[in-house]
Structures are given as C-alpha cells and as structure tokens.
Ligand binder design. Structure first.
Ligand code: FAD
Length: 380
C-alpha cells in the first residue's frame, strides 16, 4: 500500500532552509518552505553579493570532508539551476606566519593533503600587488577557494525545491510551534496553521525569537560590509584577485573581488559586531566611526582601492557559544531538526547541511560525522 509522503515545514529559508527544502523535495517529502520575508532578501545572513568558499579550513579539519561534499553539491545546484554560483578564483590568507589563522590553514591543508602554496612577502607582492604586506608576513594560497553568490544561490535552491514539488510560502512569519500529542507539529502563522509531521528550524539570527530555542546559546550579531571603488577594476576582478582573509596587527578583514563592475567588498573583523535580537530593525548603514576605521584599514593594506566606501551594507548572523553551528535533533522535542548558529562561516557549507538535514528528517541519521555540531552538547 503506498504511504503518504512525509510532510515537513522548513521554517526560515535563508541559505540553510533553502538548501534543506531542495534536498527534502528531491527525496519526495511534501515540503512547506516558510519565511517571514521573500527568497534572497537582505535582512538576515544570506545576502550582500558575495561569500567565501574555502577548503583549507581554519575553523577545524573536521569540516574538510563536509566542504568537499559541499563543493560537489554547489556544482550540482549550478547544473540543475543552469546558473553560475561559485567562481573558483583561489583564496589567500595573509598575515604573520605565527598567527593562529595562518597556522590553522596550513595545518588543515597538511592533514587533508590539500594543495596550498606558501608565499613570502616578496612573492606575494609580485603576484598579488593588490595587497600590501609587511616584510615578515606571508600569504597562503588555496587554489580550491572561491567566491559564492548568495542571493542567486538562495533563489536557485528554492526554485529547484519548487520544481520538485515544494510549496514556497514567502511573507509567512511563524508565530508559534505546538507539538501535536501523537507526533508532528502545528505551525502557526498569521495566514493560517499548518499541520506537519516534522519541523526543520533554520531561523538564522532570529533564533532568539523562538521560545523552543530558549536556553540554547544562540546570539544574533550585526556584521557590516563596505565596498570600495577599485582604481584599476581589471586588476581586482576574480581572474586576478582571489578572495582573501587578511590578518594584520592593525586590522583584520575578509576581502572579495569586484563582482559589480566597480568595487571590492571588505568585511572588517577588527571592528565590533554588535548583538542584535531584532534583525528586522537593522540600520541600513553604518556610523561614520565604522566608515573611518574601515577606510584606514583599506588605505593601509589595499593600495589599489579608493579608501572611502561607496556603499555599506548591514547584515545579521547567529553565533553560538563555541562558534560552531547547532545541527541535529532539537533537544527536548520529537520530530524537530535544528540548524542554527552558523557563526559567520555557514554559507559555503549550506548545501551539505541541507543534505544532512534531509537525511536526519527522512532516515534519522546523518551521512557524515556531525557529532561536533550536535545541539545536545549545550544541554548535557
Ligand atoms: C556579512 C556576512 C558575511 C559572511 N561571510 C561569510 C563567508 O564569506 N563565507 C561563509 O561561508 N559564511 C559567511 N557568513 C555566514 C553565512 O552567510 C551564514 O552562516 C548563513 O548565511 C546563515 O544562513 P541562515 O539560513 O542560517 O540564516 P538567514 O539567511 O538569516 O535565514 C534565516 C531565515 O529565517 C527567516 N525567519 C526567521 N524567523 C522567522 C519566522 N518566525 N518565521 C518565518 N521565517 C523566519 C528569516 O526571514 C530568514 O530568511 C557571513 C555572514 C554575514 C552576515
């Protein structure tokens, strides 16, 4: 006798929920993909033109198998959606050789046999004059790194999910989640209540607004990006400028090549990332203190840019207490999967986390080792 498909609500369709909806729909689940806003919006974590993809991973070697799988899935999504989402322009990590991030990148590459190149300051200056290095600094070049396009990625994954049968419900803010006595959930919105067998929670920096997530160490924070016009645009396009993570005693930032035809984006890491519990109230720009400090870093370390921002964007992300995501069964609940707290490095991994979430929902287990991300590590 045919069994009816599992009915699953994905709550929050930033990149994580979008990828989950895609994988669940591909497995034949009946998917309701709900979001308070519309696919590709700029209020949360999954917007702002560009994201870094890297495989030599400073956040820990346990991520490397996940990154490899994620790479395959990015390529699969590109082929299904017929759209370029990931450009492999290479990735630089620049700074003092004993900086923990430079050591971690080299350690991760050595452990997994990844092919990285280490350049001294002279070689780096010759090959990448866009960056100014101090004499005692080095650059590590990861040829497997690149730049992702966040808004088209979210929209492509949701479009594929929809083609595979998912129902997209934009502008459906979830106001409440009630467990049904016999299993499954009632998902409450202003537009109506939906009965489902399973809930996937992927609310990004809005995690604090869900009563079911109270007690988990998840905090929303603002992250601000600034774009600076390139003096020589051709020298700053992805074919000549890899993505970069810059570590310097005066400043730290991630740096993205020109994608819009005029400007390089930087995301300063040395300026404060303020807490936010209400990403819908994000300021649309930054104060002059931020602009001045970002300009000073650019003037010092990126000589090919006009050191005054032409555009500023403020986004929000959920951070966990240990800067690793919470991926797995929601503690204390049945039929619920949590994906939250990606702590500033979840975008590149979103396709594999979507695959993992779909496996947790349909098979009750992950195909990859994600024990280090188990939400239960915070509940004992
Ligand atoms: C500026 C910035 C730069 C970054 N750089 C990188 C990088 O270079 N590389 C990298 O890998 N990662 C990077 N990250 C991290 C990465 O972008 C995030 O980890 C990832 O986008 C998280 O996606 P998400 O789906 O969890 O959150 P979001 O994209 O915020 O999605 C959450 C969704 O839930 C919805 N929602 C919330 N509450 C409700 C509700 N009650 N009802 C319905 N819907 C709801 C929201 O509307 C939203 O669409 C960066 C993050 C930021 C902010």
């Amino acid at each position: 006798m045919p069994t009816s498909p599992l009915r699953v609500a994905v709550v929050g369709t930033g990149v994580i929920g979008a990828m989950t909806a895609w994988h669940l729909a591909a497995r034949g689940a009946e998917v309701l993909a709900l979001d308070a806003y519309a696919p590709g919006h700029d209020r949360g974590a999954s917007a702002g033109e560009s994201r870094i993809f890297r495989t030599a991973y400073k956040e820990g070697a346990s991520y490397v198998p996940l990154l490899r799988r994620s790479y395959e899935l990015w390529r699969r999504l590109e082929s299904e959606a017929d759209r370029e989402l990931l450009t492999l322009c290479g990735g630089l990590t620049l700074g003092p050789p004993d900086h923990p991030d430079l050591r971690a990148v080299r350690g991760s590459a050595a452990e997994h046999g990844l092919d990285v190149e280490v350049l001294d300051a002279k070689d780096a200056a010759r090959r990448f004059p866009q960056h100014r290095l101090d004499a005692d600094e080095i650059a590590v070049l990861d040829p497997g790194a690149g730049v992702l396009r966040p808004e088209p990625a979210v929209q492509s994954a949701l479009a594929r999910a929809q083609e595979l049968g998912a129902q997209l419900l934009p502008y459906h803010r979830v106001d409440g989640l009630d467990e049904r006595p016999g299993g499954g959930w009632h998902v409450r919105t202003q537009q109506g209540t939906y009965d489902v067998d399973h809930v996937v929670l992927s609310p990004g920096p809005w995690s604090g607004s869900f009563a079911r997530l109270a007690g988990l160490p998840l905090q929303g924070r603002r992250i601000t990006a600034a774009w600076f016009a390139a003096k020589d645009v051709a020298a700053h396009r992805p074919d000549r400028l890899p993505i970069a993570i810059r570590r310097h005693h005066e400043a730290g930032f991630s740096c993205f090549p020109v994608l819009d035809g005029t400007a390089v984006k930087i995301v300063p890491h040395h300026l404060p990332w303020h807490d936010t519990d209400a990403p819908e109230d994000l300021p649309r720009s930054a104060d002059t203190g931020f602009a001045r400090a970002a300009s000073a870093a650019v003037a010092r370390l990126l000589p090919g840019l006009v050191p005054h921002p032409v555009r500023i964007g403020v986004y929000a992300e959920a951070f966990s207490a240990d800067d690793h995501a919470l991926v797995g069964p929601l503690p204390g609940a049945r039929d619920a999967t949590l994906l939250a707290g990606f702590s500033g490095h979840g975008f590149k991994l979103a396709p594999v986390f979507g695959e993992i979430a779909a496996s947790l929902v349909t098979d009750g287990k992950s195909p990859y080792d994600i024990s280090f991300l188990d939400p239960a590590r915070f509940t004992g």
